[in-house]
Design a protein around this ligand. Structure first.
Ligand code: KMH
Ligand code: ZN
Length: 274
C-alpha cells in the first residue's frame, strides 16, 4: 500500500514563545517534540531554532548541536530551514549547510509574507542550490506561489537534478502574499510541477491547514504539519503539542488508505545520505 510522508514543522520563526508557551523553543523541548512526533507518525522534521531568549537564530553552534541531538534521539530525517526569519542575511542562510543536515528547505522565489517580504532573489536561490549539490544535502523546494513553480522548472533546466536525484517539493499555501490555501490552487500548482518532481507535500497556513491537507491527500501528495504553520486545531482550540497535529495528519492519511511512512521509507523516497 502506498504511504504518506508526514513532515513536522514544530517551531518556525514567526510566533513568540511568550504568546504560545507550547511552542518548542529550547533544545530539550525540541528533542521531546521530535520524539513524540516520530511516535505519532512523522518521518521528517523541519527545524528552526531559537536562542536563549527564545528569539529566532541561525547560530551555527546551536544548529549543529540541534542536528546532533535530534539524530541521537530519533530516526527522523533532519531538515534545517534556510529560510530562517525574514530578517536573516543571505550569508547566514547559506551557512546553515555547515551544520550538515540531511535536508534543507530552499524557497524558489521572493514572496510577500504578511506585512514583511521573504527575500529569495534568483542569484541567492542558485547559489544555495549549487551549495546543496556540493555538500550532498537533499533540498526541499518550498513553493509559495505559481511563479515559484516556474522558477523550479528554470532551476532544474539550468543546474540539473539535486543531490540524490530525487526532486521533493513542498507547497506552502495560505501565506498572506502567496497562493491561497484552496483545493483549486493546490491542483493548479501540482499540475504545473516539472516532470522531474518525484514527491511533493503541502501545508496550509492557519485555518487553511485542514482543507490543504485533505486536498493534498486527494491529489496523491504528502503532508507537512506543525506549529510553524498552524496554532489551532479548530476555532477556539489551541494546539497544546505538535504531536496533536501529527496525530491528526496520521489519522487523515490512514483514512485515505495511505498510512504514515517510516523514517526509513522516507529516506528511500528522498534518497538522503545514509
Ligand atoms: N520563516 C520564513 C521567513 C523556510 O523555512 O525555509 C521562511 C520559512 C521558509 O519558514
Ligand atoms: Zn520554515
Amino acid at each position: 500500500m502506498a504511504s504518506t510522508l508526514i513532515t513536522v514543522a514544530p517551531t518556525g520563526a514567526e510566533t513568540a514563545k511568550a504568546d504560545w508557551p507550547a511552542l518548542p523553543t529550547t533544545l530539550d523541548e525540541l528533542v521531546e517534540t521530535a520524539k513524540r512526533c516520530e511516535s505519532a507518525g512523522a518521518a521528517m522534521i523541519h527545524i528552526h531554532i531559537r536562542d536563549g531568549e527564545h528569539q529566532p537564530t541561525l547560530d551555527l553552534g546551536r544548529l549543529t548541536d540541534t542536528v546532533t541531538a535530534v539524530r541521537e534521539n530519533t530516526g527522523l530525517i533532519v531538515q534545517l530551514s534556510t529560510g530562517g526569519a525574514v530578517t536573516d542575511p543571505y550569508d547566514h542562510r547559506l551557512r546553515v549547510l555547515d551544520a550538515v543536515p540531511d535536508s534543507c528547505s530552499l524557497t524558489m522565489g521572493t514572496v510577500n509574507f504578511g506585512d514583511d517580504v521573504f527575500m529569495n532573489p534568483w542569484p541567492f536561490v542558485t547559489q544555495l542550490y549549487q551549495l546543496t549539490q556540493e555538500r550532498e544535502v537533499v533540498p526541499e523546494f518550498e513553493l509559495f506561489d505559481l511563479g515559484h513553480v516556474a522558477a523550479l522548472h528554470r532551476l532544474l533546466d539550468k543546474y540539473g537534478l539535486p543531490y540524490g536525484g530525487r526532486v521533493h517539493c513542498d507547497l506552502v499555501m495560505g501565506v498572506p502574499g502567496g497562493m491561497p490555501g484552496t483545493a483549486d490552487a493546490l491542483v493548479a500548482a501540482v499540475n504545473a510541477l516539472p516532470d522531474a518532481v518525484t514527491s511533493w507535500s503541502a501545508t496550509g497556513i492557519g485555518r487553511t491547514a485542514l482543507p490543504v491537507a485533505l486536498a493534498a491527500l486527494s491529489k496523491g501528495g504528502n503532508l507537512r504539519v506543525g506549529m510553524e504553520d498552524t496554532l489551532t486545531l479548530a476555532k477556539g482550540q489551541p494546539v497544546t503539542h505538535n504531536a496533536e497535529l501529527v496525530e491528526r495528519a496520521a489519522t487523515l492519511a490512514t483514512l485515505a488508505q495511505r498510512p504514515p511512512m517510516s523514517p526509513d521509507e522516507a529516506r528511500d523516497l528522498l534518497n538522503v545520505k545514509r
